[in-house]
Write a new protein. Sequence first.
Lengths: 186, 224, 469
Amino acid sequence: MQTVDHTKKGWSVKDVIFLAIIAIFFGIIYQVWSFAYYAIAATPLKPYANDLTLGVWIMAGPLAGVLLKKVGASVVGELLAAAVEMLLFSSWGASTLISGFIQGIGNELGFAATGYKNWGRLGLLLSAIGSTIITFVWDWFQSGYSEYHVGLLVSLFVIRFVSIGFFSGVLVYWIKKLVNRSGLIK
Amino acid sequence: MSSKRINPTILVIIMLGIGLQITFAHSVSTNIVVIFVTCLYLCYCKASGKLLILTSLYAFPLALGSWWSFIMFGTGDVWHTAWIYASRVYAYLYLGAIVTLTVSVKNILLSLSLHLKLSSTFVYGLLASFNLLGRIKHQYKTIRYSAMMRGTTYHFWNPSLYLRVIIVALNWSQDLAEAMTSQGFTEGAARTLTYKDNLPKWQWCLATFLILLYFVFSFLVRPW
Amino acid sequence: MSISLKVEDLTFTYSIDSKPIFERLNFELPLNSFNLLIGPSGSGKSTIFKLMAGLYPQYSGIKNNGRILLNGQEIADIVPFERARHVAMLFQNPSRQFAMKTVFEQLVFALENIQYPAHLIEKRATEVLKKSNLWQFKDRILQTLSGGEQQRVALATVLVLDSSIIFLDEPFANIDNVSRLVILNELKQLQLTQHKTIFISDHDISNYNGLVDHLYEIKLSSQNLVELPLTELAKLPAQTKVTQKNLPDNAVFSWHNLSFHIGQRLLLSPNSLNIPKGYVGLLSGDNGIGKSTLFAAFSHQKKYSGNVLYNGKSSEKIRLRNWARTVANIFQNSSDQFIKLHADEELDFSQSNSLHSEYWTAQRIQDAVNKLDLIQVLKHVNYQLSGGQQKKLQALIILIMSQPVMLFDEPFAGLDLNSLENLLMLIKQTTKDLGLSTLIISHQRRGVVEHIDYELLMDEQTIKRLGEF
């Protein structure tokens, strides 16, 4: 009978399901908190709401990266989360998938900059910087940031970095530490 | 009946092809045309009106917020800008809806696997996880209750909440993957595909035409 | 076609630093026969099945030595789509073994995997569904079926693949007795008429007498499979009954016209009862009848109609956070209970938030830890503890919380008789001292019923107090 090539290291169905289940949990957790976002988003302060919460939406990417330690894990993790968001919670329409991809690229670049060797503080810091810059450039076009005053832009950039830095950086780092201490993932 | 519908793969291509361009376009009128055409197609497919109205209402605060913020903080022609970004919210929304509200999740994924070679590992991995939605919701309640019983509450910034989620995801993904493997599912191997859908050549042409047409109008003609 | 499945000199461990779960194990599966594997939970029944089905070490553990050969070929190396034609498996958790949404889609999925010719797939799936008496379920959504129905679909999935060896890993853990008998008979027919080899693991040996050709046990001491005489199957423990007592009418917890569904299935039709304070009750009833769901309803995690009352007041408007300080649910799955990483952190946390901190003094907690034999694992990570240790820790941390209503869902699963007795005594003592209302679901009756004060039976969508009238 035909045999398996155990040396192949592609995506396994277990990895896909693992990330998809996490993404579904994220969808459920955020549903509860998204009301707060909506309350602010209905006002002129919407860009603040966007940038303040961005780190939360982006978390799935770096989390997938540090859990699976794979090339492409951040992009795929973020894309899966976006696909789950779009197909199960259908809230944002077409932009979900596109933004998910862009956000994932931002995170991925950070890990790539370490040669996929550092999945700890340095990797996460670079990943947070990467996604802050990439997503900001993206919103320059997508959300019309090009039309805002410079003052607003500067404060938005700072808020965005803090949000991404905390949720996709510090929080992911804490989670990773907990997971390591639990000894559940080798 | 279904043969007169647009193939899911083509819908996804249109969604991404036009969606990507919308990001860089500066036109209210093309946004409105997109909204109009997608709504026509949604009506043609008899998409659930209730869902459509609900998601439209759901998006309203976002459109309002965008609009208002440009009036307040915008530079240059603030009215034009405000209407561009408000209408853009709906253009994105209905563009997404032509995929999600007219085709089942299973058919979207299988169609993409048939025509665009989306790997079966992702197709069936996603399908298997989606079936657990109800159980995952219940599990989330269990996790919350486990903390409340001890006199504490999980918030979305608590790392321990995510540890709990990861533990469940680890166990369940292992169970499902083991079962699928024992049912013969092999990553990267050929498998029979009974799913069939109609993808006539003219639909590829339609997608190309619509995407090009949008490009010409948004970036060359550039109406208001 | 002749087929063979052999284990030779197998040594297997879960991680590099733990001691092997099997050492130099040799075993040959007798073909065209009906086999049963028994042994305490945690003894490795699942592990040996998953090894023989080729799922391990791919999904877990390390094989240090030896071979597992299917027709002379190492089974773990065979591609799954070929392996599935020979060896297949039914899993312990019925709901987590399907990739697809509906019954028919699931069978088609399996056939597609083994590259069955496309034009024959529908015919084949139809044929098997009709033969398995599942045709009327064809388009039903799998996640809404009962555990018993799900296992029947899982069996049909195996049959559609035409695998000659079928492993069933504790397949009846969550399913009712009627379905269990249906499946057991179907399996026996498959063995007799289609020459399938059946290998089941079960913690409950009832109804196997006369069906089984070989009986095996995993002995923890020898870490090996030992064949037992079939006469063991006739030695069923006598069903013990709870002795009736006159209990005071002092209930603080009750329900009125309580009813609930899962999907379309009605699990409980309007029911009203109360439970006495300061006593430990047993909630019995068939597997899959809805006992855990009842607990979920009591703890407001499952929607229901009717009322759940505490101190005569209906609870539906109470905030969940406060209700969780009234009704405690000790979950069937221990890892659902832990909110900290280490055992000692769990205990400290419970102690500082206890509703009866005057009772749970450091000394009392220390005594309980000693009694439950947890002293040497206090610094360990919860998730790394053995199943039995997790069960004991889980029960203790909630007992320390001391909610007025305590709902234990299978707290004794996998405990040896000594641990069981110690834990039960602790539950009983706490219940009595603090005047709690305690209900226990336990499929294990031996060593339990002697200490139980009253019994509630859930059956045919109703709950009644046994011996009441």
